[in-house]
Write a protein that binds this ligand. Structure first.
Ligand SMILES: Cc1cc2nc3c(=O)[nH]c(=O)nc-3n(C[C@H](O)[C@H](O)[C@H](O)COP(=O)(O)OP(=O)(O)OC[C@H]3O[C@@H](n4cnc5c(N)ncnc54)[C@H](O)[C@@H]3O)c2cc1C
Length: 306
């Protein structure tokens, strides 16, 4: 365990944080329901000052949204986990501002209720606005990059920023926050711009897509959504199924029989089980088809080395 940041001043600052918890269980704050505790944990609607202080003080921090794209290590997470629960929003003409902790599904309904269309796809993403910016969430025919105008937050250096969308380097399930110069940045809120349209028709489209999803994906189980991104021109689910891995298990983690790009926690699965299953899938698919699958889910926390 790294100790260099554990100065008396830093430990004193942490101890004085309102609402601070020690060794706080994280599993139940993730859709996988897997993983160890946060060494220090706080849920806040005002994450910016905490992020700035952690950056200045050299305290490791992890930003947590809805925990729907994370595999938290069994040993938990070092430093401070900051769960962003800022959820305000406002509509200004065709533009909508949403704070980072607002759920994308809720935002999709708000947009339809204001007769704004082009965001219906977001009904399929259970994460928050912050998590969606981080990895340019999307599904069916849409992605955040199509509607995003500007993102507000705190840069890795600690300064408050408003990033035009071009600076976010949004790509297929990635961004400058996930894999570029903005690693460690905090999103506090985002502006999207939509088209005026028929809100009732948008709600019908969302209901249709939700039904379709329930039929084709194990969304009522404990999972993290798609485990792997799709390789160019193919689908990870198709490759995993063709490799004969539907139903494959490590401990209590299983490749879904409904959709092979989902791993399901059958109950009591450990992060190490999921990690082993991920490695087995990657190896098998590489050997069978010569394709190296990249993970969409993100491993965080203290993993054993090697
Ligand atoms: C059943 C199911 C279906 C899913 N379907 C889809 C889908 O169709 N399309 C899709 O794209 N994804 C899908 N996902 C994955 C997930 O919902 C998205 O990746 C979502 O964007 C993650 O948001 P989150 O709030 O849960 O982020 P978390 O899982 O909490 O965090 C993910 C990453 O985002 C970072 N982050 C979170 N909040 C902030 C913030 N405020 N500022 C900066 N960084 C932040 C975290 O530090 C972490 O690195 C699905 C997941 C599930 C469980």
């Amino acid at each position: 365990m790294a100790t260099s940041w554990r100065t008396p001043a830093n430990l004193g600052w942490l101890a004085r944080l309102p609402g601070l918890r020690r060794d706080h269980p994280l599993a139940r704050l993730t859709s996988f329901n897997i993983g160890g505790p946060a060494e220090y944990f706080v849920a806040t609607a005002a994450p910016a000052p905490l992020v700035r202080a952690c950056q200045e003080r050299g305290i490791p921090y992890l930003l947590l949204g809805a925990g729907t794209n994370l595999l938290v290590a069994d040993e938990g997470v070092e430093g401070l986990v900051i769960r962003c629960v800022n959820r305000e929003w406002r509509v200004e003409g065709r533009r909508v501002y949403a704070e980072a902790g607002l759920k994308l599904m809720r935002l999709a309904r708000i947009c339809a209720d204001h007769d704004l269309v082009g965001f219906e796809w977001a009904i399929g993403v259970p994460g928050t606005v912050g998590g969606a910016v981080y990895q340019n969430a999307g599904c069916w025919d849409g992605q955040l990059a199509d509607v995003l105008v500007e993102v507000e937050g705190v840069a890795p250096g600690g300064e408050p920023r408003a990033w035009p969308v071009a600076e976010l380097e949004l790509g297929y399930r990635t961004s400058a926050l996930r894999a570029g110069p903005l690693r460690g940045a905090l999103v506090t809120g985002a502006w999207i711009e939509l088209r005026p349209g028929d809100g009732a028709a948008a709600r019908r489209r969302m209901a249709h897509w939700t039904q379709q999803r329930v039929r084709t994906q194990p969304i009522r189980t404990r999972n993290c959504g798609s485990v792997f991104t799709n390789p160019p021109g193919d689908s990870a689910g198709r490759l995993i199924e063709a490799a004969g891995l539907k139903g494959a298990r490590e401990g209590s983690a299983e490749v879904s029989c409904q959709h092979a790009n989902f791993i399901v926690n059958l109950g009591g699965a450990r992060a190490a089980d999921v990690d082993r299953l991920i490695r087995r899938i990657r190896t098998t698919v590489r050997e069978r088809f010569g394709v190296t699958l990249e993970t969409e889910v993100e491993k965080v926390g203290r993993w054993p080395s090697g």
